[in-house]
Design a protein around this ligand. Structure first.
Ligand code: UDP
Length: 240
C-alpha cells in the first residue's frame, strides 16, 4: 500500500517498564489500550507495524542472576517467558478494538502463539495485521532491544521506534542534572563512545551495521506513538 508518510514499515519496541504504567500489577491496561488505539489509527493509514515487547516489568534475567545465584541462562529464559505474557496481553487488547494481530514467539509455544517464521510475519504485515514478536531473540544473554534491531533487519522494516518512559536521549542524567538537554539527533558513534544509556551495545551496533535509524521517544505523551510511526519529529533520532 502506498502512503505519503515517511515510513512504510516500522518496528515498534515497547519496554516492559513502559507497559507497567502506574498500575499496581505488572501491566497497566490503560497503557496497552492507548498503544492499541494509536497503532490502530496508523495501520488504517497503510503503515505496517511490527512490535517487539520487553519483559522487564515482570522479570529481568540479569538482575536476578546477580542477586540470587540463579544461573544467567535460566534467569533469561524466565525473562523471555515474561515477554510472552506481555505480548498476549497486548494482542488481546488490540483485538478487543478490532485490530487483527498475530503473536510470533522466538521459541515454540505452539498452543499459545505462532512460531517466528520470517516470511509469514512479512505476509501478515502485508495483509495489514500487526505482528507482535515475543520471547526476544530466543537466546539468553540478549535483550529485547537487540531482538528489535534483529527483527527490524530481518523483515526489512525501516526504523526502530523505541517507546520509553523518557522524552528521548539527554546529554546528561536529567534526574541528577537539572540542566541536562534533550538531544534532537545523535550519531551511532556518539551513543557508543559517550556510553549514553539508550540501548545496550549489541542492539545499537546491530542497528549501526544495518543502517537502521532509531527513534527514542516517550510513550506516556498522548499521540506520541502515532507521531513516531507517521515519521513526525518526536524524541531523539539516532542515525548516521
Ligand atoms: N531476554 C533474553 N534474550 C532476549 C531477550 C530478552 O534472555 O533475546 C530476557 C532477559 O532476561 C531480559 C528479559 O528477557 O532481562 C526481559 O527483556 P528486556 O530486559 O529486554 O525487557 P525490557 O527492558 O524491554 O522491559
Amino acid at each position: 500500500s502506498k502512503s505519503s508518510y515517511k515510513w512504510r514499515r516500522v518496528l515498534l519496541k515497547v519496554s516492559g517498564e513502559a507497559l507497567a504504567g502506574d498500575h499496581l500489577q505488572n501491566i497497566d491496561p490503560k497503557v496497552t489500550m492507548s498503544i492499541a488505539r494509536e497503532v490502530a489509527a496508523v495501520t488504517r493509514l497503510g503503515i505496517e507495524v511490527a512490535i517487539v515487547v520487553g519483559g522487564g516489568n515482570i522479570f529481568r534475567g540479569s538482575s536476578w542472576a546477580g542477586s540470587s545465584g540463579l544461573d544467567r541462562s535460566s534467569a533469561d529464559y524466565i525473562g523471555m517467558l515474561a515477554t510472552v505474557m506481555n505480548a498476549i496481553f497486548l494482542q488481546a487488547t488490540m483485538e478487543s478494538i478490532g485490530i487483527p494481530t498475530r503473536v510470533q514467539t522466538a521459541f515454540r509455544m505452539s498452543e499459545v502463539a505462532e512460531p517466528y517464521i520470517r516470511r509469514r510475519a512479512v505476509r501478515h504485515l502485508e495483509k495489514g495485521r500487526v505482528v507482535i514478536f515475543a520471547a526476544g531473540t530466543g537466546n539468553p544473554f540478549f535483550t529485547t532491544d537487540t531482538a528489535a534491531a534483529l527483527r527490524c533487519a530481518e523483515i526489512n522494516a525501516e526504523v526502530v521506534l523505541k517507546a520509553t518512559n523518557v522524552d528521548g536521549v539527554y546529554d546528561d542524567d536529567p534526574k541528577s542534572n537539572p540542566n541536562a538537554r534533550l538531544l534532537d539527533t545523535l550519531t551511532y558513534h556518539e551513543v557508543t563512545s559517550k556510553d549514553l544509556s539508550v540501548m545496550d551495545m549489541t542492539a545499537i551496533t546491530l542497528c549501526q551495521e544495518n543502517n537502521i535509524p532509531v527513534v527514542v521517544f516517550n510513550l506516556g505523551e498522548p499521540g506520541n506513538i502515532s507521531k513516531a510511526i507517521k515519521g513526525e519529529r518526536v524524541g531523539t533520532l539516532i542515525g548516521g
